[in-house]
Design a protein. Structure first.
Length: 336
């Protein structure tokens, strides 16, 4: 039996769900009350946890010790666990859940030497497959359209999936095969999305998608309007930094953007492509639009912040569309 597991990640719901899965697998058919000892609360003493790990199982063939939010403990506090892991008991599995901060470096090294680190982060590309896997575990069957809808709708809030699957199982019963129409009424509000979903939509000139994504950043992602403005400002600044006759290739663009050796130069290629389509006049206009929006958010206009950003995004999308059609937008006066 593996001596120790660390369930890593930033989303508490995903960490809790994976922790439950790992513990259930370790318990198997045994009586959970006899096998599992869980430590929780603010007064957890890791010396007591280490003692529990060193205690042989009673009326069972294994012992599972669980500690949540391991990141809240200092290097000094985790010392008993590090010492225990130098010579772990073969009949004990220690399961540690991420949270409360970053786990102490010495503890992580000991975990890697004697056990597994299970990551719970899910990339946007992997999200549809991840959703299908979790749906299968829940005993439900979603067709491809329904799975894609769930992944797209939840966005960065995949931690909501376990509760959604519980609701669907209660509504339709175990083993039900569901389509998008069956799932949609239970989805709730749309989750947050990655910032590049917004900037990609702007580069494509897709106004409808960009506005929808903007609101998902503000509402589902709970980002402050000034944070969203900063995202847009950095994006426009990237256009400006690669808009030079001396920059003709991806490597030069990466250098201009400060992308170090060994890192992906894909963002540089996207910035260079967008800058070449929009042109210098269009980029100058975009810089002015962002500057005006900053003043408006700080009180120059008596508009709601969401409206200020909607107008900015719509105008940046217009530049993206004009760039794709060929003509370059001319630099003009600022809008006030």
């Amino acid at each position: 039996m593996i001596s120790v597991w660390l369930i890593d990640g930033d989303d508490p719901a995903l960490v809790a769900d994976e922790l439950r899965r790992v513990v259930a697998g370790l318990v198997g058919d045994a009586d959970r009350a006899l096998v599992v000892e869980e430590f929780s609360g603010d007064e957890v003493d890791l010396a007591a946890v280490a003692d529990a790990c060193q205690t042989p199982p009673f009326l069972a063939d294994r012992r599972v010790v669980v500690v949540r939010d391991i990141g809240r403990f200092t290097t000094e506090q985790v010392a008993p666990l590090v010492a225990y892991l130098d010579n772990p008991l073969p009949t004990t599995a220690l399961v540690l859940g991420a949270g409360g901060g970053r786990a102490a470096t010495k503890l992580v090294a000991a975990i890697k030497a004697h056990g597994h680190v299970v990551g719970t982060a899910v990339t946007a590309r992997a999200a549809p497959g991840w959703v299908r896997e979790r749906v299968g575990r829940a005993g439900l069957r979603l067709d491809n359209e329904a799975s894609a809808l769930v992944a797209t709708h939840l966005g960065e809030d995949l931690g909501r999936l376990p509760s959604l699957l519980e609701v669907l199982a209660a509504a339709y019963g175990p083993g039900a095969r569901l389509g998008a129409g069956d799932v949609e009424p239970y989805l709730g509000p749309a989750g947050g999305v990655a910032p590049w979903d917004l900037t990609d939509a702007i580069d494509a000139g897709d106004n409808d998608k960009a506005i929808t994504t903007l609101h998902r950043l503000l509402e589902g992602g709970e980002r402050h309007p000034l944070v969203v403005l900063a995202i847009l400002a950095r994006h426009v600044q990237a256009w400006l930094r690669v808009d030079s006759p001396a920059i003709s290739g991806e490597a030069a663009a990466a250098e201009a953007l400060g992308i170090g050796a060994g890192r992906s130069t894909f963002p540089a290629r996207k910035a260079l492509d967008a800058a070449s389509r929009i042109g210098s006049a269009g980029i100058a206009e975009a810089v002015g639009l962002v500057a005006d929006a900053e003043l408006d958010l700080k009180g120059a206009q008596e508009w709601p912040p969401e409206l200020v950003l909607e107008v900015l995004v719509a105008r940046l999308c217009r530049l993206g569309r004009l760039g794709r059609r060929g003509p370059r937008p001319r630099a003009g006066a600022r809008r006030r």
